[in-house]
Design a protein around this ligand. Structure first.
Ligand SMILES: Nc1ncnc2c1ncn2[C@@H]1O[C@H](COP(=O)(O)OP(=O)(O)O)[C@@H](O)[C@H]1O
Ligand SMILES: [Mg+2]
Length: 305
């Protein structure tokens, strides 16, 4: 698993507003390997959605590059090339209520990409594809002619997943796909996504605002704080051996299933002023193989020991 499907290089997204410049994404550099799930975690407002939207080119990057299969997504592109990228990269959204057009049938929602990219031979083929997709995501063919309001939150998210799959993408950005769902439904959607990944070799960027569910789906996790990655490591390693104080604070916010550990859990609050950078820019440094942490030289020495 070391083919780089995506290479994100010094990506920046700055918004000009009446209150000044908002540096929503401020210099991200990381790779996403084919077939893996990279979790991207951080508190609300830290720039996760903007990162996803910029990667997928819903926004033009202020600075930096996104390479997909080695090709620059943000470079000058012909219409045909853009269409090709749009097909290879899909997005699943947080709010399944808001992201499905209430006036369209489930069949038309799912088949929209099939139509745009001309993936069906004829009407029958189109409908067959829709039926197959419904079954793939755990719904059934009778659902095709219904409207989004007739479905529960979990079912709507399945429709959103079917819509993304319809164009046979390689890469899916899932932007807090389970945050709006009941806890009991969250695991079902995560399991479905894992199953689809195994069957289709999909690559995911899975965005979440806390560390509780991402562990189960992610191979690696990047922790984001104020537009920057502060730590990036294999999931197990991040949970076992968090280095950055912000990661520790996020971990301390996860309720423990075991009552004894839960009683002992102490929530930590991250205070960015504890770093004594003295004008030195913190950098992402590799503390152990594959485990990167944003730190000063002095902190790095401490983290490595
Ligand atoms: N289109 C936009 N124009 C101006 N500011 C924006 C825009 N989109 C997001 N922001 C700001 O950028 C920051 C990051 O937002 P966002 O990426 O949505 O964070 P997250 O998804 O982590 O909650 C926030 O301060 C948000 O208010
Ligand atoms: Mg968001």
């Amino acid at each position: 698993m070391n083919e780089r499907l995506l290479q994100i290089k010094n990506l920046k997204q700055h918004f000009q507003t009446s209150k000044g410049t908002i540096k929503a994404v401020d210099g991200l550099t990381f790779d996403i390997f084919r077939g893996e799930t990279l979790g991207l975690v951080g508190e609300s407002g830290c720039g996760k959605s903007t990162t996803g939207r910029t990667i997928i080119r819903l926004y033009n990057a202020t600075e930096g590059e996104v390479l997909f299969n080695g090709e620059n997504v943000h470079g000058r592109k012909s219409k045909a090339e853009l269409k090709k990228f749009n097909r290879k990269m899909q997005m699943i959204f947080q709010d399944p209520y808001a992201s499905l057009n209430p006036r369209m049938t489930v069949a038309d929602i799912i088949a929209e990409g099939i139509d745009i990219h001309g993936l069906a031979k004829d009407k029958r083929d189109r409908m067959e594809k829709v039926h197959e997709l419904l079954e793939t995501v755990g719904l059934n063919r009778e659902h095709a002619n219904r409207y989004p309001h007739e479905f529960s939150g979990g079912q709507r998210q399945r429709i959103g997943i079917a819509r993304a799959l319809a164009v046979e993408p390689d890469f899916i950005i899932a932007d807090e796909p389970i945050s709006a769902l009941d806890v009991s439904i969250q695991a079902q959607v995560v399991n479905l996504m894992k199953k689809l990944q195994r069957e289709r070799g999909l690559t995911y960027l899975f965005i979440a605002h806390d560390l509780s569910m991402v562990k189960y789906i992610s191979d690696r996790i990047g922790v984001m704080y104020r537009g920057k990655i502060v730590e990036l490591a294999p999931s197990e390693e991040l949970y076992r051996n968090p280095l950055h104080p912000y990661t520790k604070a996020l971990l301390s916010a996860i309720p423990q299933p075991d009552p004894d550990s839960e009683r002992q859990r102490q929530r930590q609050v991250y205070d960015p002023s504890i770093h004594n950078y003295n004008g030195e820019e913190p950098e992402l440094r590799e503390a152990s193989p594959g485990h990167y942490v944003s730190c000063s030289q002095a902190e790095f020495a401490q983290y490595k020991s």
